[in-house]
Ligand binder design. Structure first.
Ligand SMILES: Cc1ncc(C[n+]2csc(CCOP(=O)(O)OP(=O)(O)O)c2C)c(N)n1
Ligand SMILES: [Mg+2]
Length: 375
């Protein structure tokens, strides 16, 4: 480890030299400044996050991006009906998945995500094949049995609640799991994410209200990924407030706006807010400003948008420049995930589609509400 105090080395060097022939202070300082190596560790440019963590985040970001681009190819090949997803949100989503307390039940964190959440799921451990199965409506899809469309995940073993097609309803639902977690008293929290345009929905306001009632505050990390678009409606024409995060302030919620295109900033700020929530039992808010790299969805063409900054390209360039990652290593990572995506697509292609009977799978099986014919 490099010393945090560079002057410590400087003193000892000058002391050794000074024993022979004392030099005037200024001369000594100039001489020793040359001899003492002040080189900073390569991780300095990354706020001191460890090399292992930085490379892990990069690896997961690549996996998520390659997967999303594979999903778009599957759509273009006519092997799926619709694509919507999260390319461009990797720098935000990967740290969010890494920082949660992963598991099932009220002692673990809950994830109430939206349809741009692939990076978070990848960080939690999602395999490409299981996203592709959902995309291709295969009966083997563990989230919905092939009955929903892309990125509508559900993983009970990681407390990942079903992604809902009506936007924004996840905010008050997250207050429900946070309430259960508070009662359990194990320090777990609920995480909720959604888009900027969706914050116009009443559900968003309800979430803020339920999270922040005096004396009944809930351990919920409320997040908004602000890509400045709601399908084709721009942020500028819709918001009187400058930052969505300011709305949380009105409810006394600790809130911040971050650059969600920077994985280091995302990691540190999510960590800070999570620690606050676990310590106080109160809610916290993050508005993460992110890019929308392929437009809204396949409905708008799923074409790469010029001029949007690419968090993965930027992060990879920084890692290469710092020497923490070599060109050849980066290429290997991209190639390996590319190959995995192709293999997974071929495998999913050979798997079955849902049968009429499987409509009863992944619902409240054997519950009185499971079969509408008994209503
Ligand atoms: C209740 C509801 N209203 C409208 C829609 C249609 N819709 C789907 S995505 C979307 C835009 C959401 O924009 P935003 O919340 O900013 O999220 P983004 O897609 O930009 O990530 C809309 C209006 C919906 N799914 N549900
Ligand atoms: Mg948006």
């Amino acid at each position: 480890m490099t010393s945090k105090n560079p002057s410590a080395g400087l003193r000892s060097t000058s002391a050794r030299k000074g024993a022979k022939k004392p030099l005037p202070a200024k001369v000594a300082a100039a001489k020793t400044a040359k001899t003492v190596k002040t080189a900073r560790p390569a991780t300095h440019a990354f706020s001191g996050l460890s090399k292992d963590l930085l490379l892990q985040m990069h690896d997961l970001m690549v996996k998520s991006r390659v997967l999303e681009e594979r999903l778009i190819k599957i759509y273009r090949a006519g092997e799926s009906y619709f694509w919507i997803g999260g390319p461009g949100e990797e720098a935000w989503g990967v740290p969010l998945g890494l920082l949660g307390r992963k598991g099932q039940g009220t002692a673990y964190d809950w994830y109430h995500l939206h349809y741009r959440c692939t990076p978070t799921l990848i960080a939690l451990g999602l395999e490409m094949i299981d996203s592709i199965r959902l995309m291709m409506n295969r009966v083997t899809d563990p989230s919905t049995g092939g009955r929903n469309f892309s990125n509508h995940y559900c993983f009970p073993q990681w407390n990942v609640a079903p992604v809902t097609s009506p936007i924004e309803v996840q905010y008050p639902i997250a207050c429900g799991t946070a309430h259960a977690q508070k009662r359990a008293g194990k320090g777990a929290l609920s995480i909720v994410s959604g888009g900027d345009a969706g914050t116009a929905e009443g559900d968003f306001a309800s979430g803020l209200i339920w999270a922040s009632r005096k004396g009944n505050e809930l351990p919920v990390l409320i997040t908004v990924q602000n890509n400045r678009w709601g399908i084709s409606t721009s942020f500028e024409g819709q918001h009187g407030e400058q930052y969505i995060a300011d709305r949380a302030k009105a409810f006394g919620i600790k809130s911040m706006v971050i650059n969600g295109n920077d994985p280091v900033e995302s990691y540190l700020k999510i960590q800070e807010q999570m620690e606050y929530i676990r310590r106080t039992g109160k809610p916290a808010f993050i508005e993460a400003q992110v890019s929308r790299l392929y437009g809204h969805s396949s409905a708008s063409g799923a074409n790469r948008i010029e001029g949007e900054s690419d968090c993965l390209k930027d992060f990879e360039a920084k890692l290469l420049k710092s020497g923490l990652l070599k060109e050849s290593e980066a290429k290997e990572i991209w190639d390996a995930y590319e190959a995995e995506g192709v293999r997974a697509t071929e495998q999913a292609r050979g798997e079955g589609v849902p049968s009429a009977d499987s409509v009863w799978d992944q619902v409240y099986v054997d519950n009185e509400n499971a079969d509408w014919r008994k209503f």
